[in-house]
Structures are given as C-alpha cells and as structure tokens.
Design a protein around this ligand. Structure first.
Ligand code: ZN
Length: 326
C-alpha cells in the first residue's frame, strides 16, 4: 500500500521475490513540473506490477518522471529504464557510474571471481554463484550513456522541496543519501537500514569499504534528522541505529581478529565459516550459495580493515591461496 508521508512525498512498497530483503521502499517526490522516483526494484514482473500500480495511485504524470537510484545494486536500479519517461533522466552517484558500463561490469565480475577463488571459495561454488547471483542478472541492461552521474552537494528542487545529494561510500562505492534540510528528512538508501544490517563487501576498484562505511555512518549521525526513510522495510531512530551499527562492526572486527589469532593462515572462506551469522542454515556448508558469497565479501571487508590497522597480514599459502595471520 502506498503512503503519503508528507504532501507530495510517497512511499511505494515493491516486493523482492525470493530475497531476504523482502521488499524495497521506492519513494516518489511529486512536483508541479518534473517528479523524482527514488529507487525502483528488480527487473522482474512482480516488482514492475507493484511499482506501476503504486505510481498510478499517486496520480503522478508518468511522462515527466526522472529516476534517482541510491546505488548500483539491482534491487534499486532494476526497473529504472522501464519506468523513466522518454526524455527523463536516470541519476546515479558518480562513484557508481562506471559500474553501469557493460565492459566495466564484465571486468568487475571476472576480477571478483578471481579474487574469491584465491580467498578459498571452491571453484564449483563460484561457478554457480556467477550464474545465479541476482546482482548479475536483474539489472536494467542499460548502456552507460543512459545514466547521469550526480555528486556530493548537488541539489534537486522539486516543487517546494529541496533535496541535497550526500555521497556516502561504504555499502556501495557510490551510495547516496538525499537530505531535505527544511523537513529534517533523510533518504538513507541502504546506508542505514533498521531491520537489517547493510552488507559491506569488498569491491574490485575501491579499498577499505568498511573503514569508509564507518566514517560515513559517523558523518550522517551529525545531521539533525527527524525522519529517516530507508530503502528497505521500517524506519526508526537514526542515531540509535547508527550507534548499534557501529557497535556491531566493532564486535565483528574483534571476532574476525580472534579467529585469525586462533587459526593463523586460514583462508577468508574458512574464516567466514567460523564467524557467527544471522542466517537460517544448519551449518556453513548449508548456507545458500549467494548468501555464502555475501558473507565472504563481508568477512573480507573486516579483514581489510584489520590489515589497514596493521593487526592482520595476508600471506600466500603453499596451495596458492591467500591466508591471514596476526
Ligand atoms: Zn538494497
């Protein structure tokens, strides 16, 4: 069901089938001239049906609709090409913009597969993930020229509303928040979620994602936010949630370090299997493969932070894999 949060600002729930995130909150800012849709859902029929029905209910003029995707992930970008008006623009953070190029995408996934193999991910599992990971298949299939990059400090003026772009790398290199200062409303994208811990992974072209993420959590914490509008599920108290996330990652970093100390030389894949996870599976072996991929990515982000701090070092093991030692 759509909801009018304040006049001309709507939330539109879009279901995400077979995905632990369950649903995406798309937001529409309706203007007298152009309107802006923030995030879209996967490029899948049930997402499209919900998004289209929701938009129709708001009475927005679909022929004057622009789209802003808060980051590159396909649950946000998937329907952007289909929903945008013919002359409309699709805005994306400038640091995510390169990922929209097909050549870059191919290079990126090859690089990631190679990296995960070296980190101990079994070859047959990498093969399955590369065929089934929604990140690789449910995007909008657009050329890079279809997107307009936006950067920190840019402003969208829509009717009486002023939305300022904040660039907060961490969950994705080009993750954006949008800040409506007068109303005290912050669109958090996936930077802060209230029911889920945003996944922080490694990226082939940006280092220390977790370190950047933590800095940008602290940055956002200083804004006088009255209402946080996350891209998934419920809202809540932003400062309280940020403090929880900071503690969560501090504990995670400590847990990762203690595993490395206990089992020096272990691969990231095996370290991940010894960490505690909030996933319903009997054992590490029973993890759904795509969840395994995200988990290893997250463990690597924590290892990367420990390497930056100088408490852990990577080594090349006899079997050619990367191992980690104190
Ligand atoms: Zn998302």
């Amino acid at each position: 069901m759509i909801k009018e949060i304040i006049p001309n600002l709507y939330s539109i729930p879009v279901p995400l089938p077979n995905n632990p995130l369950k649903e995406l909150n798309a937001y529409l800012v309706k203007g007298p001239d152009r309107s802006l849709l923030i995030d879209t859902g996967f490029n899948l029929p049930p997402c499209w049906e919900a998004l289209e029905a929701g938009l129709n209910e708001t009475g927005v003029d679909r022929s004057r609709l622009d789209v802003l995707v808060t980051h590159i992930h396909t649950d946000h970008t998937g329907l952007s090409a289909r929903v945008v008006s013919p002359e409309g623009k699709i805005y994306i953070g400038e640091l995510d913009h390169p990922f929209t190029a097909q050549t870059f995408e191919d290079w990126f996934w090859e690089e990631m597969d190679r990296r995960f193999l070296k980190e101990g991910f079994p070859a047959e599992e990498v093969e399955v993930v590369s065929r089934t990971n929604p990140a690789r298949h449910l995007g909008p299939q657009l050329d890079i020229s279809a997107y307009t990059p936006v950067k920190e400090g840019e402003v969208f003026q829509i009717g009486d509303y002023r939305l300022e772009v904040l660039s907060v790398p961490g969950h994705a290199p080009g993750q954006l928040c949008l800040w409506m200062e007068e109303q005290g409303i912050l669109f958090t994208g996936d930077h802060v979620l209230f029911d889920i811990t945003p996944n922080i992974a490694v990226w082939a072209n940006m280092d220390n994602m977790l370190g950047r993420y933590l800095e940008n959590l602290k940055r956002i914490r200083a804004y006088p936010v009255k209402l946080a509008l996350p891209a998934h599920r419920h809202s809540g108290d932003l400062v309280e949630r940020i403090d929880q996330l900071l503690v969560h990652h501090r504990n995670r970093v400590a847990e990762t370090l203690s595993i490395v100390e206990k089992y020096p030389g272990m691969t990231a894949y095996d370290i991940t299997g010894r960490m505690t996870w909030d996933i319903r599976a009997k054992s590490w072996e029973d993890f759904p493969l795509n969840q395994k991929w995200f988990a290893v990515g997250e463990a690597l982000a924590h290892l990367e932070l420990l390497i930056q701090e100088g408490t852990v070092k990577p080594i090349t093991r006899e079997d050619g894999m990367v191992g980690y030692t104190p």
